[in-house]
Design a protein around this ligand. Structure first.
Ligand SMILES: Cc1ncc(C[n+]2csc(CCOP(=O)(O)OP(=O)(O)O)c2C)c(N)n1
Ligand SMILES: [Mg+2]
Length: 785
C-alpha cells in the first residue's frame, strides 16, 4: 500500500502547483488586459477626442478560462476563435510569452497596433479566426471541423494531426440565429472535435440576460448531439455546500435571478450578508455558516463560480478529452475582480486612474512597472512562472504548415453552343474540369445551400460525388428510378451539400477558404447560391473576406432576367454589393467564353499569395454567343471591360452594358449606328474592377506622385469629350452610371430601381425600360438634352 502513496502525493503536489501557476497567470492576464485598455484610453494622447474603448469587464470575465485553456489544455493542432472583446487577453498571453511587443500593446486600437478584436490578417500574433461580429466567430469553428474532416477523408491530413476547433464565446452570442443554423448543419454532418466554451456571465451589452433561458441551452445543444458540461460552482462553493447549512446556500444560488446576483456581486460582501441572512432567516445552520465568513470571504465565496475556478475548468477540459462536440457553460461574473464587477452597465466600463492604481497595488506592482510582464511577483515566483509557460510555447504559437502552390490550367474549356446561358456554361465548365483528370480538379470542393441542382452544380456532383464521412446510399438509384442526379455520399466526394441556410454557405466558404493557412492544404471552394439570397448571408460574406478566406461565389439566376421565376427573387442591388465588398472581385460575364476566362482567373486568385475571392453574377437566360476573330478582347475583359464594337476616333456616343442584356444592347446598337457614326459598344465585364482601378489611379497621383491612367480612362479615350453614353445593367443603374464622371461624359443610366413584377422577358424589359427601345430612347434623350 505504502508504495502507492508517494506517487499520489506527487500528483497532488503537481496538480496544486499547476493550479497555482494558472491562477497566477489568470490574475496577470486580468491586469495586463485592463492595463492595455487603460493605456489606450487614459494615457495615450488623443488627437481627435474620440472614445477609444475596449472592454475590461469582458476580459476579466474570461481570464481564468483562457489561462486554463492556453496554458494547459491547448495543443498545437488546436485552433481558437476568441470572443471579440476578449482580444486584449489574447494579446496579453502572447506578451507573457515574448511573442507580442510592448509597442503593439501600447498601440492597442491605434493604427497598426493590436486590433480591437482578434484579426487574422491585421494582428501580428497568430490568430486562427478573426472575430468581431458576434456569433460568426463561433460558428466558423464548427465549419472548420468539417473542413478538417474533409481533408482527413481525402488523405490530405492525418487523423492524428487533427485538432480541436475551439470557440471562446460570450453568452450573448447564444442569441445569434447563425449559431442555431450552424448547430443543425453540424449535426447533419456529424461534426466532431469542436469545443464551444461559453463565458456565461449572463450579461450582454445592454444589461443582464433573460433567466428563462436557464437550462434551455443545454436542451438545445444536447438535442443536436453535443455534450454539455455546466461549470456552475467553483471548488470552494462545492465544498461549502457540503457543510451544515450549505445545501440551503446552494439552493439559494440556484434560485437567484441573474440580475439579482449581478447587483449583489457589484455591492459586495455586506450586501450579500444582508440579503442571505434575510432570505435564509429560518435556517439556523445556514445563518451560522454565513456568519463564519467575513465580508470579503463571503463575497469571494459567492463569486467562486465554475468559470473562475481553475480546478473546475481543468476537470471539465479533462472530461471532454475526446472527439465529441462539447459545449462548456462556464458561469462567470462580468468584470470579475474589478470595481464594476456585476454592474449591468459595465460592458464598456473603464476603470478610472484611481481604480486601476488600486488594482495595481493589490498585485504588488509598482508604479512605472505596469508593463513589466512579471512585476510584483518576486524574483523566484517570476522565474517559476516563466519556467512554467515556456514549454507551453509550441501549443500557443504553433508552426502552421505552408502549402505549395497549385497549378491551375492556363485556359479553361469553353463550352460549345450557339446559344448559351452563363449558368449552364458554368455547369459545363466545371464538369469538363472534373472529367479532365487534371489534379487541380481534385482540390475543387463545391457547396450549396439546397440549390445544387438549380444552379447547375449537378453534373459536377454526379462526377465527383457528395462528401459524407459515413457512406450515404442513393436510394432512388438503388431502386433504379431514373434520375439525372446521382445522390450518393462517400468520403471521396467533393461536394458538401448544405441545408437551405445561406448564412451557413458563407461560413462554409469562409472555413473552406482558410484551409491553407489553417491546415496547410489549399482547397478551391466553389459556392453557389441564388443571387438575391446573397443578402441573407451578407455579414458572413463580409466576415469571410475580412479574414482573407479564398473562394469562388457563383450567384445565379440574377436580376430581372430570371423572368417568370418571380418578382420576389429579383436581385437588384447585388452589383453594388459586388462593387462594395473588399476582398471579392465581382464579374458579370455576358458570354460563355468570358465566363471561362473569369473562372480561370478566380481559381488562380484563390491560390495566389496576394489573391482573393471572386463573385460571378450569372443568369439562366440563353443568349446568342458572339463570334470572335481573335482573343485580343481577353486582356481588357479581365481588367473589367472591352469594346465589343470599337468606337470610331472622336465618336460622340457609346453604349456600355453588363451581362445578360447583350441581345437588347446589340439590337439597339444595330439600329442606332446608322444615325450615330462610329457608335461604340462597351461590354463592362466587371464594374467592380473598373471602378476600383479608377479610384486607385486617382489616389496614386497623391500617394506615389505618379498618375497612370485607369483602364476605364483608356477605354473611353477614343470618345469625343462631348460624347454621351447610355449604360444598361440588369441591376442598380448606379453600378455603371459613374463612368460619366471619368471623362465628363453625359450618361443616361438604365437599370433597376424598382422591382417585384413577374413576367416574361419582353414584358419585363419593356416595363422596366431595359429593352432596346428604352436604350434608343435614352440615347435620343441624351442628344435632345
Ligand atoms: C453582430 C453583432 N451585433 C452587435 C455587436 C455589438 N456587441 C458587441 S459585444 C455585444 C454583447 C456581448 O455580450 P457577450 O457575448 O455576452 O459578451 P461579454 O462581453 O458579456 O463577455 C454586442 C451586442 C457585435 N459586435 N456584433
Ligand atoms: Mg456576456
Amino acid at each position: 500500500m505504502k508504495s502507492n502513496v508517494a506517487p499520489k502525493i506527487a500528483a497532488a503536489t503537481d496538480r496544486a502547483e499547476l493550479v497555482r501557476m494558472l491562477e497566477t497567470i489568470d490574475a496577470r492576464l486580468r491586469w495586463l488586459s485592463s492595463w492595455i485598455i487603460h493605456n489606450a484610453n487614459h494615457i495615450r494622447e488623443s488627437r481627435d477626442g474620440l472614445k477609444v474603448g475596449g472592454h475590461q469587464a469582458s476580459c476579466a470575465s474570461m481570464t481564468a478560462i483562457m489561462s486554463a485553456l492556453y496554458f494547459h489544455a491547448l495543443r498545437p493542432q488546436d485552433k481558437v476563435a476568441v470572443k471579440p472583446h476578449g482580444g486584449p487577453v489574447l494579446h496579453a498571453i502572447h506578451y507573457l510569452l515574448g511573442n507580442q511587443s510592448l509597442e503593439q500593446l501600447q498601440a492597442f486600437r491605434a493604427m497598426g497596433g493590436a486590433q480591437s478584436y482578434p484579426s487574422r490578417t491585421k494582428d501580428r500574433i497568430p490568430v486562427d479566426f478573426s472575430t468581431g461580429s458576434v456569433g460568426l466567430g463561433v460558428a466558423i469553428t464548427a465549419f472548420s471541423s468539417l473542413v478538417q474532416d474533409y481533408l482527413i477523408a481525402h488523405g490530405q491530413m492525418h487523423e492524428s494531426d487533427s485538432g480541436r476547433m475551439i470557440a471562446l464565446m460570450g453568452d450573448a452570442e447564444l442569441d445569434e440565429g447563425n449559431i442555431y443554423e450552424c448547430l443543425i448543419e453540424g449535426y447533419k454532418h456529424d461534426i466532431r472535435n469542436c469545443w464551444w466554451i461559453v463565458d456565461y456571465n449572463r450579461q450582454s451589452l445592454d444589461s443582464t440576460t433573460a433567466d428563462r433561458m436557464f437550462r434551455r441551452f443545454d436542451d438545445i445543444f444536447e438535442t443536436c448531439g453535443w455534450r454539455v458540461l455546466t461549470l456552475k460552482h467553483g471548488k470552494l462553493q462545492r465544498e461549502v455546500f457540503q457543510r451544515p447549512g450549505g445545501k440551503a446556500i446552494e439552493q439559494w444560488i440556484d434560485d437567484c435571478p441573474n440580475a439579482e446576483y449581478a447587483a449583489l456581486t457589484y455591492q459586495g460582501g455586506a450586501a450579500w450578508r444582508t440579503r442571505l441572512t434575510a432570505d435564509l432567516s429560518g435556517n439556523r445552520s445556514a445563518l451560522k455558516l454565513i456568519a463564519s465568513f467575513d465580508d470579503d470571504q463571503l463575497s469571494a465565496l459567492m463569486l467562486n463560480l465554475g468559470g473562475h475556478c481553475i480546478e473546475t475548468l481543468l476537470d471539465a477540459f479533462a472530461e471532454a478529452d475526446d472527439e465529441r462536440p462539447t459545449m462548456f457553460i462556464a458561469y462567470t461574473v462580468k468584470g470579475y475582480g474589478l470595481p464594476f464587477q456585476g454592474h449591468k452597465d459595465n460592458h464598456a466600463g473603464l476603470m478610472n486612474p484611481t481604480q486601476i492604481a488600486a488594482l495595481r497595488t493589490s498585485l504588488g506592482i509598482n508604479e512605472g512597472e505596469e508593463w513589466a510582464p512579471f512585476a510584483g511577483m518576486g524574483t523566484n515566483s517570476a522565474a517559476a512562472v516563466q519556467a512554467f509557460i515556456e514549454p507551453r510555447r509550441p501549443a500557443i504559437i504553433p508552426q502552421r504548415p505552408v502549402p505549395g502552390p497549385i497549378t491551375v490550367p492556363k485556359r479553361f474549356p469553353v463550352p460549345d453552343g450557339k446559344e448559351q446561358s452563363t449558368q449552364a456554361a458554368f455547369g459545363r465548365i466545371l464538369l469538363d474540369l472534373a472529367k479532365s483528370g487534371d489534379p487541380f480538379a481534385d482540390r475543387i470542393v463545391t457547396t450549396s445551400p439546397d440549390v445544387t441542382v438549380s444552379t447547375n452544380l449537378g453534373a459536377f456532383v454526379n462526377q465527383r460525388g457528395l462528401f459524407r464521412r459515413q457512406e450515404l446510399k442513393d436510394i432512388f438509384a438503388g431502386y433504379k428510378i431514373p434520375s439525372p442526379q446521382k445522390w450518393e455520399g462517400h468520403e471521396a466526394g467533393q461536394h458538401i451539400e448544405l441545408g437551405i441556410a445561406e448564412n451557413n454557405l458563407f461560413l462554409m466558404l469562409a472555413a473552406l477558404g482558410l484551409s491553407a493557412p489553417l491546415f496547410g492544404q489549399r482547397l478551391l471552394p466553389v459556392g453557389t447560391v441564388y443571387d438575391p439570397f446573397i443578402s441573407r448571408g451578407l455579414d458572413a460574406l463580409n466576415y469571410a473576406c475580412y479574414q482573407d478566406a479564398r473562394f469562388l461565389l457563383v450567384a445565379t439566376p440574377s436580376g430581372l432576367t430570371l423572368g417568370p421565376e418571380g418578382g420576389a427573387h429579383q436581385s437588384i442591388n447585388t452589383p453594388l454589393i459586388g462593387m462594395g465588398q473588399p476582398g471579392l472581385d465581382y464579374f458579370e460575364p455576358a458570354f460563355a467564353d468570358e465566363l471561362a476566362l473569369f473562372m480561370q482567373r478566380a481559381f488562380a486568385r484563390i491560390d495566389a499569395p496576394d489573391g482573393g475571392s471572386t463573385y460571378l453574377r450569372l443568369t439562366t437566360r440563353a443568349i446568342e454567343q458572339v463570334e470572335r476573330t481573335d482573343d485580343s478582347w481577353e486582356a481588357d475583359a479581365l481588367k473589367g471591360g472591352y469594346w465589343l464594337r470599337h468606337p470610331a476616333p472622336g465618336a460622340n456616343a457609346a453604349i456600355a452594358f453588363t451581362g445578360a442584356l447583350a441581345p437588347e444592347v446589340l439590337a439597339a446598337w444595330d439600329e442606332l449606328r446608322e444615325d450615330i457614326s462610329g457608335l461604340g459598344l462597351l461590354n463592362i465585364t466587371s464594374p467592380d474592377l473598373l471602378h476600383r482601378d479608377w479610384s486607385a489611379a486617382a489616389a496614386s497621383r497623391w500617394q506615389n506622385g505618379e498618375r497612370q491612367p485607369a483602364h476605364i480612362e483608356k477605354l473611353l479615350a477614343p470618345l469625343s469629350s462631348s460624347a454621351v453614353i447610355v449604360t444598361a445593367i440588369d441591376g442598380s443603374p448606379g453600378a455603371l452610371s459613374w463612368i460619366g464622371a471619368v471623362r465628363g461624359h453625359r450618361v443616361s443610366g438604365l437599370g433597376l430601381d424598382r422591382f417585384g413584377q413577374t413576367g416574361d422577358l419582353p414584358d419585363l424589359y419593356s416595363a422596366y425600360r431595359l429593352d432596346s427601345d428604352a436604350m434608343i430612347d435614352a440615347m435620343a434623350g441624351l442628344f435632345l438634352d
